[in-house]
Design a binder for this molecule. Structure first.
Ligand SMILES: [Zn+2]
Length: 233
């Protein structure tokens, strides 16, 4: 599934006010180069100061737009963002301009043909992404933790269907129509155990996700930077 299909897929289910069943989630998802630039930038920020960073991805007219990265926040930021399209006409030059506005700031301005004005409608929130800093394990290998209980809790409580995590690869966690409503104590321990596995060297990480996360009604994707995201479970 390419990026614009993925956006349409998310929007279709959001409009239906339901989460897709596990069977509807594609085997692979491809992001565009602008999304990867944003992911790389977030990764670099975390490499520099060891803090978590967070940003929201929006999609408009076939392109990705990102909100300014937030440093060290654990709050959900998705609800506080807004995106809109505003058209301008330069009467003198007889040119139409399309302004894409994210959080009150013009992030893109392009000249368009009048016919393109009618198309519109292709914009909205995609998902929120945050980073986890690296961790050195006992063998001095660089490893990363998995989604934390706070991460999964925020996703379950939010309107969003998907949430992203940047380590040295990119993860997506997606809700299905069978997603659990909350993470209990047992769930908290399980997520902690998965992170411990990841710190150790993640040999059995995929198995652990396959075994447990389908029961939670969550679907995970993982991809190396600039490669397709592949469904894990
Ligand atoms: Zn996290």
């Amino acid at each position: 599934m390419n990026y614009s299909e993925f956006f349409k897929f998310l929007r279709k289910w959001r409009d239906a006010r339901r989460n897709p069943p596990a069977s509807a989630w594609p085997r692979e998802i491809t992001l565009d180069s602008k999304a990867w630039e944003g992911i790389q930038r977030l990764y670099n920020l975390t490499r520099m100061d060891g803090h978590e960073y967070e940003t929201s991805f929006f999609f408009a007219e076939g392109e990705t737009f990102l909100t300014t990265p937030l440093r060290g926040s654990r709050q959900q930021v998705t609800s506080s963002h807004s995106m809109s399209i505003k058209y301008e006409i330069d009467q003198r030059k007889r040119v139409y301009y399309r302004n894409i506005i994210l959080d009150g700031r013009v992030v893109s301005k392009s000249a368009i043909k009048p016919a393109q004005m009618a198309q519109g409608g292709q914009l909205g929130f995609l998902f929120n992404v945050h980073t986890h800093p690296e961790h050195k394990n006992s063998e001095d290998k660089t490893t990363y933790s998995f989604f934390s209980d706070t991460d999964i809790r925020s996703l379950l409580a939010a309107n969003a269907t998907v949430s992203g995590l940047v380590t040295d690869s990119f993860w997506l966690v997606c809700k299905t129509d069978a997603a659990i409503s909350k993470v209990g104590e047992v769930g908290e321990e399980l997520l902690y155990a998965i992170s411990e596995k990841a710190f150790g060297g993640e040999q059995y990480l995929d198995d652990l996700i396959k075994e447990n996360m389908s029961r939670w009604g969550l679907v995970f994707y993982r991809g190396a930077f600039r490669k397709p995201l592949v469904r894990v479970n």
